[in-house]
Design a protein around this ligand. Structure first.
Ligand code: URA
Ligand code: SF4
Length: 261
């Protein structure tokens, strides 16, 4: 290496290693015959622009239920149920708006194998309290009617169109009666009586689809091969004792049919 080479090497070193440059870069480049590449200031690659945050999904809060609303469950198919299943089904029933206000479900009472069945409209206050049909004032009169027919109350079957008390002793609504009547219809199928006595306008309407109790009482009808006798309700007789004579005529027709005369 000759002296010039040595000088160039030193100049190169100086030019690149120190800020204290004694030659201008341009001059050195011309000298060297190679362009000096000025390194662009290496700035850090710009950080990628922050992408917008994905939307955060906040789940809807579950509505807080103070008390679970009473659930209304429709009646299941009853047509193959035995007494025990039917009874249990009625006891748990919430199928109509009468369920929340009842004290007891009034299913029915008496003999499950009898030739004679009585059907009323629905439980009153006494029946709701005890869970047994016809135990109030009207019930006492019905019990006397049954005795006059030469039966004991325990020998006949007694049931109602609706099994739960309509508040304030009002008549059951169409909706309530139509919702409940499958239970009664299954009771009739299981008892298979020879005669059904309908007590008043409500069972006449919902079992037979007929109106006009004062016109139709005392006239035989038929329900699924069973003889049906509509008569006045004992509660009506308590307010109108003179109508007892008519009811006695109707009941005597039933007694004659059943061989009790
Ligand atoms: N009236 C009815 O119709 N049914 C009862 O069980 C009591 C009173
Ligand atoms: Fe069920 Fe009949 Fe009582 Fe209504 S009245 S809740 S349908 S058992």
């Amino acid at each position: 290496m000759d002296i010039f080479d040595e000088i160039i090497r030193c100049m190169k070193e100086e030019a690149t290693s120190s800020g204290n440059v004694f030659v201008r870069k341009k001059d050195l480049a011309e000298f060297m015959g190679t362009p000096i590449v000025t390194k662009p200031v290496q700035t850090k690659p710009a950080a990628p622009a922050p992408s917008p945050l994905p939307p955060i999904e906040i789940p809807e809060p579950e509505p807080v239920q103070e008390k679970p609303a009473p659930v209304s469950m429709p009646l299941p198919e009853l047509s193959n149920m035995n007494w025990q299943e039917l009874h249990q089904c009625a006891m748990q029933c919430t199928a109509c708006p009468l369920a929340p206000t009842r004290t007891n479900v009034v299913f029915g009472c008496g003999s499950e194998q009898t030739e004679l069945m009585f059907i009323g409209e629905g439980p009153g206050a006494d029946e709701d309290a005890q869970g047994i049909p016809f135990v109030g004032k009207a019930g006492e009169l019905l019990t006397k009617m049954i005795r006059a027919m030469k039966y004991d109350r325990s020998e006949v079957y007694i049931a109602n169109i609706v099994k739960c008390r309509p508040p304030g002793n009002r008549n059951p609504s169409d909706d309530e009666a139509e919702t409940c009547i499958p239970i009664l219809k299954r009771q009739i199928e299981l008892v298979k009586p020879k005669v059904i006595v309908l007590l008043g306008a409500v069972p006449l309407k919902y079992l037979m689809g007929k109106t006009g109790i004062s016109r139709l009482r005392g006239n035989w009808m038929e329900y699924n091969g069973i003889q049906v006798m509509p008569t006045y309700h004992p509660a009506f007789l308590l307010r109108n004792p003179a109508a007892k004579a008519d009811v006695w005529k109707d009941l005597q027709k039933v007694m004659a049919y059943l061989g009790k005369l």
